[in-house]
Design a protein around this ligand. Structure first.
Ligand code: HMG
Ligand code: MG
Length: 299
């Protein structure tokens, strides 16, 4: 198998995970969760979002979460939808942001109230400035493998949005399977369409595990040369504007597969599992990670 020797994991549980929970977790518990994930060796942890607290109350006060975290151990990208979010990011002193749009207008309208074109115009208002200030910019594209409102999404559309985000100055593009609908043959189609517009080294994959196919999709992406994978501790996750978008691929399940195949990550799976158990207790429900269910706390 043609596989990378090392994979960079982008931990999105504190943002993509907690944004979709019925209860809003306290700032203190969000900080504890992020600290535990950083301590586990995750190289990138997404601590929160500077989005409208009216739209996503679970991410309110993300400034306080960010400020409490050490800045020298992991990259800490904050989700930013518009100029107002960028101002919040600058005021908090962030050095990495994640902007987000989609490959389908119907989803983007529900998620951010604007079409894809309008969202790109919004990004033009601050991404150039962010780049000049030395800020790392990740670009998320949702619904790359299918849209809950429009159905199938042509890979050429994903390629076009990728090209535009790279043109804006994005350092990295994360291809999102927002509703967990992708299968490995589609991974070939989408990566094949996108790769002429973005170097493979700058592509990440972001699978939700709604239908149990996320790991198979990751494996296919790795075989195609992708080496950045998004995942969420415990399999927390979803998107409040994507009906049926259940948890992200669980970080523990991803680590189990990668480490078993001899692929390095620098992440301690036992510590990630402990962090997941702690946040699971706060949320008051069991988390979907298969690894968590198959192991006892001290294993
Ligand atoms: P809008 O209502 O069109 O915005 O929302 P607006 O500019 O008209 O402002 C309305 C109000 O929101 C105003 O307040 C603004 O000040 C405030 P009011 O005057 O009514 O008191 N506002 C803000 N407040 C704080 N921070 C801001 C901000 N911007 C405006 N940045 C907006 C537009 C983009 C703000 C809204 O739609 C929004 O916040 N959407 C975010 C939705 C979201 O967070 N979705 C989940 C993340 S994406 C995801 O999960 C997918 C991903 O995981 C990949 C995948 O799986 O596909 C990344
Ligand atoms: Mg997501």
């Amino acid at each position: 198998m043609n596989l990378p020797s090392r994979v960079r994991i982008v931990e999105v549980g504190p943002r993509d995970g907690l944004q979709n929970e019925a209860i809003t977790v306290s700032v203190e518990d969000r900080i504890t969760f992020c600290l535990a994930l950083i301590e586990a060796g995750l190289p990138v942890v997404e601590p929160g979002a500077f989005v409208s607290p009216k739209w996503v109350p679970q991410m309110a006060d993300s400034e306080d979460v960010f400020k409490a975290l050490p800045k020298d151990r992991a990259q800490l990208p904050m989700l930013v939808p518009n100029r107002q979010g960028y101002e919040r990011a600058r005021a908090a002193g962030v050095s990495a942001i994640a902007i987000f749009t989609a490959a389908s207008d119907a989803f983007n309208l529900r998620n951010t109230n604007v079409t894809i074109d309008e969202s790109i115009r919004r990004f033009e208002e601050f991404v150039g400035e962010a780049k000049k200030a030395g800020v790392f910019v990740r670009g998320y594209i949702s619904t790359c493998f299918g849209c809950p409102y429009e159905g199938p999404v042509p890979p050429a559309k994903v390629a076009d949005v990728t090209r535009r985000l790279i043109g804006l100055g994005c350092d990295e593009i994360s291809l999102g399977d927002t509703i967990g609908i992708a299968v490995p043959s589609q991974v070939d189609d989408v990566i094949g369409a996108v790769s002429p517009h973005a170097p493979l080294a700058r592509l990440a994959v972001h699978f939700h595990d709604t239908r149990g196919v996320a790991l198979a999709n990751v494996l296919r992406a790795l075989q195609l040369g992708v080496a950045i994978v998004d995942s969420s501790a415990g399999g927390l996750g979803g998107c409040p504007y994507a009906p049926g978008a259940s948890g992200n691929l669980a970080t523990e399940d991803l680590l189990y597969m990668l480490h078993g195949m001899g692929i390095e990550t620098g992440v301690d799976i036992v510590k990630v599992a402990a962090a997941s158990r702690l946040i699971g207790e706060r949320l008051g429900h069991e988390l979907p990670s298969r690894y968590l269910r198959a192991t006892r706390p001290q294993e």
